[in-house]
Design a protein around this ligand. Sequence first.
Ligand code: HEC
Ligand SMILES: [Cu+2]
Length: 485
Amino acid sequence: MKTKRESVKRIYGVILIVMIVMIGCKETTPAKEHNSVALPEKIIADLTPPPMVPKPVANRKASKLIVNMEVKEMEGQMVDGVTYVYWTFGGSVPGSFIRTRIGDEVEFHLKNHPNNKLPHNIDLHAVTGSGGGATSSLVAPGHEKVFDFKCLNTGLYVYHCATAPVGMHIANGMYGLILVEPEGGLPAVDREYYVMQGDFYTKGNYGEPGIQTFDMKKAIRENPDYVVFNGKVGALTGDNVLRANVGETVRLFVGNGGPNLVSSFHVIGEIFDRVHIEGGSVINKDIQTTLIPAGGAAIVEFKVDVPGTFILVDHSIFRAFNKGALGMLKVDGPEDKTIYSGTTQEGVYLPEGGTIQHLPTDKNTPKKNRVQTLDARITAGKNIYSRTCLPCHQSEGQGVVNVFPPLAKSDYLNKDVNRAIKTVLNGLSGTITVNEKTYNNIMTSLNLTDDEIADVLTYVYDSWNNNKTNVTAAMVKEQKTKKKE
Ligand code: HEC
Ligand SMILES: [Cu+2]
């Protein structure tokens, strides 16, 4: 079928050229206009799953670009213990990244895998034409549809399935990005990544285990259980963090598949040097948070000047800390204290005194003997927990899947009390394993007194099936002195 199609095309092409040459002879059309008709070079597009992107177009000429996109309905993991049947373009959420340049003639092959259950199509926002391709591409399982379009506008565009019910196809993961680069390509950078937000609606609430199915009611109410980058909680944390080195330039192609929510995209600890607003040609500079509409995109660029873990969030912040919209960019390299010093001083803040005072050193700490019953200390510890620890470790110590480890029945906690004390004293970062799950996140040091640390840990050990260790201020002090040695 294909060869017949191609030969027919070639014949038309030849006829067209002959005609144009004839017109050209008569009217002396400038040679330039012939170029778009001359048979362009044929290239098979390299498609990549997130967070990777295909290599830049650089100086390549406008070409005939063949895109082979396969729709796959497949089970995947939303978060530890929760599976979901995703509908995908190319086997990933978001779908494969398509990289084109202005003037490219794209021959789009949409293939619906024979094991799929439903028809699908594709609407590419980069297409000028009916339905963005959707009207020409509805394809049943086990079939293929082909349509052609020309890239007339540069920019970063969303593509998505537009088969009824459209919202459901998008909500199940059927979206991705297509980039149309300008002549000569975008300016070169050291790192490029592909990140796309999406909201998911499941029968069970966040983290409820098992296979979860799509919930139409929640979708209509625009009340998602999950808001995530790259299709699942933790797609960009732990072993999957994005990486860069100090001094490098980073470009993020950020999309928002929706279906419902608008994203307030922000990277904690970075300022975007340049943002292609809404993925278009206008460049805004020095941006903290950029708004990405549902069905829209943005290109953000920045240089990483200092090492650290920079957190990608939707700054509608409950989505980040409670629904999964959190990723990480880990930057390695030497510190630059002139840009960021770290804590230079830690003191007690006394509003009346108006000055920062240094924490008393061990030598001049008044040795007040606090005589309190265990019960009183546990009650005090509970209050400290609610004020200080609960936002991350949650009310029943259950933590947040993939982000904050549990304190309830935590093997990590129960195995080593001194290690737990040091965690609260000094904070903790790097990979740890708690109850067979790994976490790679940051807990900051919390500025609590020895007594407070003792009480809060005693409360934690006394709760949620932990081993009832009684942590005393003296034990905390001992770990503190150890740190200094
Ligand atoms: C801002 C969020 C945050 C707050 C507030 C916080 N933690 Fe953590 N905590 C974390 C993170 C993140 C980790 C894991 C760090 C890593 O991955 O290396 C952690 C790890 C721990 C661990 C070791 C792992 C485990 O689950 O047993 C203990 C113990 C702990 N925290 C206790 C506390 C206590 C007690 C408080 C309150 C005094 C507290 N944390 C407050 C985020 C927080
Ligand atoms: Cu579909």
